[in-house]
Design a protein around this ligand. Sequence first.
Ligand SMILES: NC(=O)C1=CN([C@@H]2O[C@H](COP(=O)(O)OP(=O)(O)OC[C@H]3O[C@@H](n4cnc5c(N)ncnc54)[C@H](O)[C@@H]3O)[C@@H](O)[C@H]2O)[C@@H](O)CC1
Ligand SMILES: [K+]
Length: 531
Amino acid sequence: MKDLLNAAEMKAVDKRSIEEYGIPSLVLMERAALEVVKRAGELLEPGLSGNEALEYGPGRERLLKERKRKTVWAVCGFGNNGADGAAAARMLTLQGFSSVILLPSQEGKRSRELEVQLSVAEKLGIPILTLGDLLPEACDLIIDAVFGIGLSRPVEGVYKELIGLMEEKRQRELVPVAAVDMPSGISSDTGAVMGCAVKADVTVTFGMRKVGQALFPGREYCGRLFVEDVGFVPEDPEQAGEHVHAHGPEDLMEIPRRRADSHKGTYGKILVIAGAKNMAGAAYFSALAAYRTGAGLVKIMTVEENRSVIQERLPEAVLSSFDPQWASEEPGEFKEYIRSQTGWADAIVLGPGLGQEEYARTLVEAVLSDAYVPIVMDADAVNLAARYPYLKGYFTENIILTPHVLEFSRLTEKPVEEIKEDPLAAAREFSDQYGVTCVLKDAATVTARKDGKLFINLSGSPAMAKGGSGDVLTGVIAGLLAMGMDDCEAASLGVYVHGLAGEAAEKKYGVHSVLAGELAGCIGEVVNGNV
Ligand SMILES: NC(=O)C1=CN([C@@H]2O[C@H](COP(=O)(O)OP(=O)(O)OC[C@H]3O[C@@H](n4cnc5c(N)ncnc54)[C@H](O)[C@@H]3O)[C@@H](O)[C@H]2O)[C@@H](O)CC1
Ligand SMILES: [K+]
């Protein structure tokens, strides 16, 4: 598990390293610039690394000649991000490349470190230009060092022009961009574009991954992200608050092992309540995913019409079917039947493809009010709670909701844009209000757990943007629950496992072509340790 830091938390680490421990700011900066040069060098000249000496010998002059023809624009702001950029420009110049430094203006309040870097650059003859100057025709690489974690307000004026110029070069002339710490214009806290932003090919960030690099659109603006150590001291444990987290491959070790002396009962009983008429697929994908994750026994409760297709596709599942007309006409008997089913389960999936008929409402209400085992509540169960808000009154700590953004918007009556602007805050607020675990599904899924921890998921693939993926997720989470995993961990780790399965499926079937069944088929590669 890794921690993701916001700007204030990162600044505190920076400050502690410099002020409390006395690591000179320029030392940290030198290491930061070296890491940038390493990646920038790869874009300029494959195989070049930032700290490789240019040794004397017959090849040196020829190499210098070649490099001289390559021009680097270091576009720098007035803070320490700009100072990193100016230091990188100096290093690339010393490696033989032609660099220029482009500033917002010749005047203006600059950080102390930037003053130092500019003075060195000046002595080396690196042109220090502004937008009013004649800029070089050639541009082989842009180092984006306008704003890092210090971006504090929307980008306007000359800064907007600088970012616009970089974007123009990138789009029209296909100039590669290496961003220092953050793509300029992206909020380190939310990943939002603050007016305008640079799209980087690579972003080299220092010390820790930032929250804004994990959430979209910031995640996409980063291009390939490199998290590099530059020598910061660890955070002060007394001062550090609760961070946002992300699961990593090491967390797969938390998945309960299978014991030699076990039987099917050891790995839990899951009840999948899903699938209205013609929606058998939703029940099938959820149940299949639960089995593939490791559940011992899965029972599907669905309408009579789905019986034969499910039996044919997944004979391993136990089936309990009911007649929806009977369920509508005899709600009392229907509730008794529901009770008998939920009483059997160690974990329940409620909602995939369930429909929104009256009997489905009876079903959701009965399960929410009677079942005390963990319930993974998805799709139409969420939609019904949005349509009949009194159902939210049954939300308690045993519930894991897995809405996508649109369902979450219906549930909370918040506009989609507001949710997307700050999904962490939206999920956190909901989780706190009802005491539930909320998995807010999007390209970067956010999990607000009832234990107070917030997760952003880093795994996944656009191949998963297809019908049935959500059903598979419910099965993965339920599978982990059935194997005895704690419900908070099952929710956030289930999202991570599901994303890894998506990545594996993309490799196997191609980004356009993955089907939900194939996604479920790839769960095994993740939980069995092959990924
Ligand atoms: N020794 C250090 O302090 C280190 C700093 N590091 C670098 O320093 C960066 C942080 O430096 P700073 O705190 O100086 O912050 P930045 O350089 O990210 O930006 C701050 C500057 O931009 C201005 N600003 C913010 N938003 C603006 C807007 N919308 N329009 C116009 N001006 C705006 C601020 O007034 C300030 O001058 C990191 O991202 C990293 O690149 C790294 O070199 C590691 C070591
Ligand atoms: K930057």
